[in-house]
Design a protein around this ligand. Structure first.
Ligand SMILES: Cc1ncc(COP(=O)(O)O)c(C=O)c1O
Length: 410
């Protein structure tokens, strides 16, 4: 028995399914779960001494790879000064100012500890700002880790009261949004979307889809929320809103703000953000909001990114090489993505929304995942999750991913 297998057997006694996030579970993958001992640059190392090229990148948060020197230094310095205060610290302000500088639609931010919290708070703020209750979300988009009782893997239904207040539209189908807004005239507070859908495979918005949403929201007085957990600072410095040229009213940011440490934020115009207490009526509070160590890590990562003007070009070049290689190898599958965010769905295209994505062959993916893992490639145990690249990955890492994929076919 490997050390990973021993740990998993024990973990399953103390932690449901042995995992603290079901997305990490290897159930059905034909491989024992790997326990990670450490991560550095583009590599993760398991407790049995195996090394893998890491295409998980802390769920995308490790934009520069694991342990970039400036982030490590900033964290070690911050730790010397205490782990959390439940009082204000300059580090929060430094990061808030940087976000406002980089993301044009954002005038103010509130730092929280997870995206789940950020989404919940953003929806409350939107409801307060509009005096409306209903919410439109998109099938297959993720916005937090909550119960899926209503068939909503985004969790937003439970967070937001569910029932008739949470309405479901189809990604890349503007008419589905138009219809819901018409049927619920004057009642929809917000439309929430991942501008680049990244959890049903990676699906790009079709031309004019985001622009159309912007127009419909503007016409109906509905707040448009972009969940940029995956895309924020990764697709471009100003996120998907900069990349696609569409400004939302509110933006959700994720763990990239803490360079992987627990962090998240909601941002938007002053008028909407001042719905939050202590200025406005929406109570939003958590003892770890704006944690000084996470803020220092996030500020250091973003500052390093600002000093690497060629980073996004490099990520796009390597991402394109990865996707081109996969398209050649798997002509029967759908390779999606943009920049450093890619996916391989085991179904022929086109894939425009979750109904298309769900055709992805699970058995085939499990065999692929198992082969890749055994050949030193670490990725999420789901074809619907992105394959991420970081600043620490090299062209050779991409070639090794493609070589392992080619061997799978052989
Ligand atoms: C777009 C999006 N929204 C929400 C979440 C949930 O984030 P958290 O686990 O921080 O609550 C994720 C995480 O994968 C995400 O990618």
């Amino acid at each position: 028995m490997t050390r990973s297998e021993q740990l998993f057997e024990e973990a399953a006694q103390y932690i449901p399914g042995g995992v603290n996030n079901p997305l990490r579970s290897f159930a059905g993958m034909g491989q024992p779960l790997r326990f990670i001992r450490r991560a550095d640059e583009s590599r993760v190392y398991d407790v049995d001494g195996h090394v893998y090229i890491d295409f998980v990148c802390s769920g995308g948060a490790a934009l520069l790879g694991h342990n970039p020197p400036l982030v490590k230094k900033a964290v070690l310095e911050a730790v010397q000064n205490g782990l959390n205060y439940e009082a204000c610290a300059e580090a929060e302000l430094k990061l808030a100012k940087l976000i406002v500088q980089l993301v044009p639609s954002v005038q103010m931010v509130r730092m929280v500890s997870s995206v789940t919290e950020a989404v919940l708070s953003a929806v409350c703020a939107a409801r307060s700002a509009t005096g409306r209750k209903r919410l439109i979300r998109f099938a297959g988009c993720r916005h937090g880790g909550f119960d899926t009782a209503e068939g909503d893997p985004s969790g937003v239904s439970l967070l937001c009261g569910g029932g008739q207040d949470v309405l479901e539209a189809q990604y890349n189908d503007l008419s589905s949004v138009e219809r819901l807004l018409e049927e619920n005239k004057g009642q929809v507070a917000a439309v929430i979307i991942e501008p680049l859908a990244a959890h049903m495979g990676v699906i790009e918005p079709e031309p004019e889809f985001l622009q159309g949403l912007r127009r419909l929201c503007g016409q109906s007085g509905t707040i448009l929320i972009f969940d940029e957990t995956v895309t924020g600072f990764r697709l471009a410095l100003g996120g998907a809103q900069e990349y696609y040229g569409v400004k939302p009213d509110m933006t959700i940011f994720g763990e990239i703000l803490g360079a992987g440490l627990p962090a998240g934020a909601l941002g938007g115009s002053r008028a909407i953000m001042e719905q939050l207490a202590p200025v406005g009526p929406v109570y939003q509070a958590d003892a770890c909001n704006g944690n000084p160590v996470a803020m220092a890590a996030g500020f250091a990562q973003l500052s390093s990114v600002l000093n690497q003007p060629l980073l996004y070009e490099k990520l796009a070049r390597e991402g394109e090489a990865l996707r081109a290689g996969l398209r050649e190898l798997f002509p029967e599958c759908t390779v999606g993505g943009v920049g450093s965010i890619s996916s391989l769905l085991f179904t022929p295209g086109p894939v425009k929304h979750d109904r298309d994505a769900k055709r992805g062959d699970q058995g085939q993916f499990a065999r692929y995942f198992s082969h890749m893992l055994q050949n030193g490639i670490f990725m999420m145990p789901s074809q619907f999750e992105p394959v991420f690249l970081s600043g620490a990955h090299t062209e050779r890492d991409v070639e090794m991913f493609l070589e392992a994929s080619a061997e799978f076919l052989a």
